[in-house]
Structures are given as structure tokens and as C-alpha cells.
Design a protein around this ligand. Structure first.
Ligand code: SAM
Length: 408
């Protein structure tokens, strides 16, 4: 790949591209980089590169002419090398937001030219005439486009074959698969009283990969819900098939009702820990949950109790009248085994007359929300709002979202 930077500060850009990993790769000719001084292409005697903006306003604007001539020279150099016309990117604060997807896309070009503005910016006419796209590296304003062009150059060049020691190096990193990276640790095993997570010392790579995956997903869900939502939509969950020792039975008998109420109470308390006061949680005893189940059944709901090796460990309810699914709870000890996914699918299939059943979930339960998204459910609105009202048992403000099954 050939990369060209058009700037008022070519030395600054060149020194960055000559250091560290990129510098070594450049010395090995794994890519070619050229930094061009805009001033060298001016046609006026004073070598002036900028002027006052038409229409008034503060600051100066870079002339179109020297940038255009510099870009023509770069085009000619590429043509002389038998390369295609370079893809031209203008770095501007008003450009499209930059991310790893764009880096991957730009990395495919044989020749990429990055143009840096300065002062108040660049005469729009040269952007319109030569620019293939405008990119912003973030929602803030820099004094010049040099740092922005180096951010783009660095993230694109590290994707070129051979630049990083191992290809897996970048495949594991944040954003590659749309998730943030898991936390990293190195020696010593205990630093200032803080031990490395024990799983990393087991040598069991299956367990380590599973732990890292879990960390990546949790971090992304908590830190970047926007990214996590996109990831969930593109990584659907496929429920596994029932194991030999698993059963889901319609709740009919007293024993089944009481077992369902115990599972319901235990997992309800766990999932509402962060949003309810301790007193309110404590009120949700198996007896109280039994009353709720009885009331729901009278209103037309049917419940199914899931057991593994005859131990009740999850429940789900369906309402044929309304097409709702509810009370999907997996006991804490049985979580992360795929039971929730199987039971949700099971409940959905109990409602063939409702192609788009609905359910509700608290917006604070981001784990459950992500789970439903990956199972093909999408939010359609807010069903209820709970204020931070200690009297009513609510410790924080939260919304009960309504979700609808959208997948085929
Ligand atoms: N007047 C411009 C505006 O309000 O959008 C800001 C000009 S800025 C002071 C000077 C130059 O820095 C820009 O022409 C651009 O090349 C670069 N620049 C500033 N912020 C940037 C960002 N977030 N991403 C990419 N380039 C940026």
C-alpha cells in the first residue's frame, strides 16, 4: 500500500511514520509513505497558503490551488508506479465518524491520500473536486488535521500484511469483531496485592477463551451499549436442543406450583437486586410469588416448569389470549447453561397463533435485554416507568420496556 499525507507539517507526520512498529515496517518496504508540503505547491510569490474567508468570520482558510496541485502530483506519481488513482480522504471535524470498520475498508485501497486542514479549514471547492470522503476522528476540534491523518494512517497501516508480528494480533483487539477487548495482564502474578485472574494461569485455553469472551461482552455491554446492541443484532443466539435429563412440564399440581414459586422468588430477587430496596426484595418470598402465579393463571396464563435431573430450575409463562410471554426466570445456579434460550424458544412455539409475541423487561437489566435482542426481539416502547421511590420499593429510576419478536 502507498499512503500520502498532504500537510503544512510533513516532517511531523514523517517522523511518526518512521518510529516504532510502523517505522520498522516502512524500512522493510511493507508499505510506502510520502508526506507532502502544501506550501511547495503555491504559485504566489509569498508562498502564502491561506487567506481570509469570504463572507467574513474569524481565522484563515487554506487555498484550493496548492492542495489541488499537490493532489495532481500525487496522482501522477501513483500512475507512474502503475498504481490506481488514489482514494482521497479529507480530515475534517465535520466528516463522517471514524471507526475500525472504516479502517478495514480503507486498508483495501492500493493508494490512499490523506489531506490535513489547518486554521479554519480548507476551501470547500477542492474538497468537492478531489475528495472521495471526509472523515472526523471524533467529536472535538483539533488545531490541524495532522493528528487525525496519523490516527487514520496508523489504524490502516497496522492492518497491512506483515506490519504486525501476527495477524491474530489485530483480530483479537477491540472493535475487530465489534466488541471491546478483554482486560490484559502480564507479570508479576500479584502486583501490589492485586492477583491476576486465576483462570489465566490454568493453561486451559478453552477456559481462557471463554473467560475472555465473557469479559469482552460484559465490558462492551456496560461501557458501550451502542456497540453492544449492534453486536447482538449481528450475533444471534441459537438455542441448543434439550438434553436427556431436561424437561419442561405444564404447571398443574400444587407441588409444581410451589416449586415454580420458589424458582420465581429466588431469581426475581437476584435480577431486581440493583433496582429495588432490600425490604421490597425480601417481600418477594416464595409464598408471595405463589399468589402472583395463582392470579396470573386466573387471568389466563399458563406456566411451564423446567427441571434438570428432576431439579426445578427455571420457569416461563405464556398467555394465549394476549400473545405475551412472561416470568422467564432461571434459578441462579442454573444460569449460563443455555436454559433461558431454550425455554424462551419453547414458550414462543407454544403461541403459534401469535407470530409476533411480546414481553417486557427492565431497561436496567442490560444482560436480559441483550439476550432478547440476540434471540430476535426488538423494543417497541415503554410499558411502565418506576421512579426512585423508596416507599414503593424502587431504589432507582427505571423503565419497563416492551419487546416484540421480530425474527422469522
Ligand atoms: N472550522 C472547522 C470546524 O469548525 O469544523 C475546524 C477547523 S480545525 C481548527 C482545523 C483542521 O483540523 C481541520 O481543517 C481539520 O483538518 C482538522 N480537524 C479538526 N478537528 C478534527 C477532527 N475531529 N477530525 C478530523 N480532523 C479534524
Amino acid at each position: 500500500m502507498r499512503i500520502d499525507i498532504v500537510t503544512l507539517f510533513p516532517e511531523l507526520c514523517d517522523s511518526f511514520l518512521s518510529a516504532s512498529i510502523l517505522g520498522r515496517a516502512r524500512a522493510k518496504n511493507l508499505f510506502e509513505a510520502h508526506c507532502h508540503q502544501i506550501r511547495d505547491y503555491t504559485t504566489n510569490k509569498q508562498k502564502q497558503t491561506d487567506d481570509y474567508p469570504y463572507g467574513g468570520g474569524c481565522g484563515m482558510v487554506l487555498y484550493a490551488q496548492p492542495i489541488a496541485d499537490c493532489l495532481r502530483a500525487v496522482q501522477q506519481q501513483c500512475a507512474d508506479q502503475g498504481r490506481r488513482k488514489p482514494h482521497v480522504v479529507f480530515l475534517t471535524a465535520a466528516g463522517q465518524p471514524y471507526n475500525e470498520e472504516t479502517a478495514k475498508r480503507l486498508a483495501e485501497y492500493d493508494a490512499l491520500t490523506l489531506v490535513c486542514g489547518h486554521y479554519e479549514g480548507i476551501d470547500q471547492r477542492v474538497i468537492d473536486a478531489f475528495g472521495d470522503e471526509e472523515i472526523s476522528i471524533g467529536d472535538y476540534v483539533l488545531t490541524g488535521g495532522e493528528l487525525a491523518s496519523l490516527v487514520v494512517a496508523d489504524s490502516v497501516l497496522r492492518l497491512q500484511p506483515g506490519v504486525l508480528a501476527e495477524e491474530k494480533g489485530y483480530q483479537d483487539e477491540s472493535y475487530w469483531d465489534g466488541l471491546l477487548e478483554y482486560p490484559q495482564y502480564t507479570r508479576p502474578e500479584v502486583w501490589e496485592g492485586r492477583p491476576v485472574p486465576p483462570v489465566l494461569l490454568t493453561g486451559d485455553h478453552q477456559k481462557i477463551d471463554a473467560w475472555r469472551g465473557q469479559q469482552s461482552r460484559t465490558r462492551t455491554r456496560l461501557r458501550r451499549p451502542d456497540l453492544y446492541e449492534q453486536w447482538c443484532d449481528t450475533h444471534p443466539l441459537t438455542p441448543g436442543s434439550w438434553k436427556r435429563n431436561e424437561r419442561a412440564a405444564l404447571v398443574r399440581t400444587e407441588d409444581q406450583l410451589n416449586a415454580a414459586a420458589r424458582v420465581y422468588s429466588e431469581s426475581w430477587q437476584q435480577s431486581h437486586q440493583e433496582v429495588c430496596t432490600p425490604e421490597f426484595l425480601a417481600e418477594h418470598t416464595p409464598e408471595a410469588m405463589r399468589q402472583r402465579l395463582d392470579a396470573d393463571r386466573e387471568a389466563g396464563w399458563a406456566f411451564y416448569l423446567h427441571s434438570t435431573a428432576r431439579t426445578p430450575d427455571a420457569i416461563v409463562g405464556v398467555c394465549h389470549k394476549t400473545g405475551e410471554i412472561g416470568r422467564l426466570y432461571v434459578a441462579p445456579a442454573a444460569q449460563n447453561k443455555g436454559i433461558g434460550a431454550k425455554l424462551l424458544e419453547f414458550a414462543r412455539k407454544k403461541l403459534p397463533e401469535h407470530p409476533h409475541p411480546t414481553l417486557t423487561v427492565l431497561n436496567t437489566n442490560t444482560r436480559a435485554l441483550a439476550f432478547y435482542r440476540r434471540m430476535g426481539w426488538r423494543p417497541t416502547g415503554v410499558e411502565a416507568v418506576y421512579g426512585s421511590d423508596k416507599e414503593a420499593g424502587s431504589a432507582v429510576y427505571c423503565q419497563e420496556l416492551k419487546l416484540r419478536y421480530e425474527a422469522q
